[in-house]
Design a binder for this molecule. Structure first.
Ligand code: GDP
Ligand code: MN
Length: 378
């Protein structure tokens, strides 16, 4: 789960990190008010789930309240990497002398959190990583022991020479790691970590990405979720107990079990079709779940045929058949549907579906072939 900069900064503040002052606004008038309160230059910053906002024109330095209003108006009308800007952060500008980079990320290869730091922070950090990897210090942390003081010190010394800065920064490194570990983050990044003219360090940009599988441990964080366009359907499915991932093809699949869902997608591909989604209705599915699954699939305009591939075990085929019939009575479904229902109560299921327009198939192979054929017809 992605957080906005202002939300990430809120969390960082709670962990005692030196975050520059700032408040979020949804209209230019609100932005203006905040700027008047700060009485001095501010940054106007687009709040979208992507980096590179500065280069896209979504981060502006404003000296006057008028400038704040103008920048807010234009930024709130922008799309950055196709994401509409709905909020701007008005942050009291830091007088930046130098920009540093500091992050903790989950290193999936090493299976350890990785702390990274560089004296060459700012908007070109990706380029630094590519062209000058030696300018980034890397240090892996064993999560069982956590970050050792000597490790925090090592990171600090890679960034700063002076004593005042070393002291500030060692606390920043420790706090950032603590946040990363306690919030089950995948990324906790400060870029830039800014140094001002008075030898003070400031968090002027913050990025926090949380592990979706651990969100249930943090109900207060779940409430910060702001779905991106397209993400809503996945969340609705999750709420209904389904796991749904939209893809790019035209064959909608309703399957029970993740393994069978993968196998179904493979088979469709093998015979020349393209699955429109991964959708696992899970075990013990009720007719209501099947109905919900269809409801979600029908909002995908690319879908031209629906293929049910159910291997009945705990999931009962008659429940699935009931769900299909219920859905057809409640919703207007014009798409052809193919059903392979085998296993528990398959005969009952057959009876339920008899006389309906649903095309029965004896195997998943034949189901895939039939679904592809129907997707290409008419
Ligand atoms: P990003 O482009 O999405 O990473 O957005 P950032 O928040 O990092 O802003 C981009 C750049 O704007 C930074 O690298 C800084 O150079 C500059 N910037 C951000 N905040 C401030 C600030 O408070 N004062 C000044 N002078 N520059 C800032
Ligand atoms: Mn940044």
């Amino acid at each position: 789960m992605n957080l906005h900069e202002y939300q990430a900064k809120e969390i960082m503040r709670k962990y005692g990190l030196p975050v520059q002052k700032g408040k979020v606004a949804t209209t230019p008038e609100e932005a203006e008010k905040i700027a008047m309160e700060y009485n001095g230059p501010v940054m106007v910053k687009a709040q979208v789930h992507t980096g590179g906002r500065g280069k896209a024109g979504g981060v502006k330095y404003a000296e006057t309240v008028d400038e704040v209003k103008n920048y807010s108006t234009s930024i709130l009308a922008m799309k950055i990497k196709n994401l509409p800007v709905k909020k701007v952060l008005i942050a009291k500008a830091v007088d930046i002398k130098k920009e540093y980079y500091l992050a903790v990320i989950m290193d999936r290869d090493k299976k350890f959190p990785l702390v990274m730091a560089s004296r060459e922070g700012g908007m070109d950090i990706e380029e630094v990583a590519r062209e000058k990897p030696e300018a980034i210090t890397k240090l892996w942390v064993d999560p069982v022991y956590g970050l050792f003081p000597h490790q925090a010190k090592e990171i600090t010394l890679s960034l700063f020479d002076g004593k005042t800065l070393a002291l500030q920064s060692v606390n920043i490194v420790i706090a950032l790691y603590k946040l990363f570990a306690e919030c089950d983050a995948q990324i906790a990044e400060i870029n830039p970590l800014a140094l001002d003219g008075e030898e003070r360090l400031w968090v002027t940009d913050a990025k926090v990405v949380l592990d979706d599988n651990a969100i249930s441990k943090h109900p207060e964080i779940e409430s910060l979720r702001d779905p991106d366009p397209g993400e809503e359907k996945e969340l609705a499915a999750k709420e209904a107990g389904l796991s749904y991932i939209p893809l790019f093809g035209d064959i909608g699949c309703v399957v029970n079990g993740a393994g069978l869902a993968m196998a179904t997608m493979d088979l469709i591909k093998k015979y020349g079709g393209e699955p429109a989604n991964f959708l696992d209705i899970g075990g013990s599915s009720s007719p209501e779940k099947v109905e919900k699954a269809l409801e979600i699939l029908l909002t995908d305009r690319n879908v031209r045929v629906i293929f049910f591939n159910i291997f009945g075990g705990i999931t009962r085929c008659d429940d699935v058949a009931k769900g299909i019939i219920q859905a057809t009575t409640k919703m207007k479904i014009e798409l052809p549907m193919v059903a392979r229902l085998t296993g528990t109560n398959e005969n009952k299921a057959k009876k339920i579906l008899k006389g309906s327009p649903i095309v029965p198939v004896p195997s998943m192979r034949e189901g895939a072939i039939k679904a592809i054929e129907l997707s290409k017809a008419g």
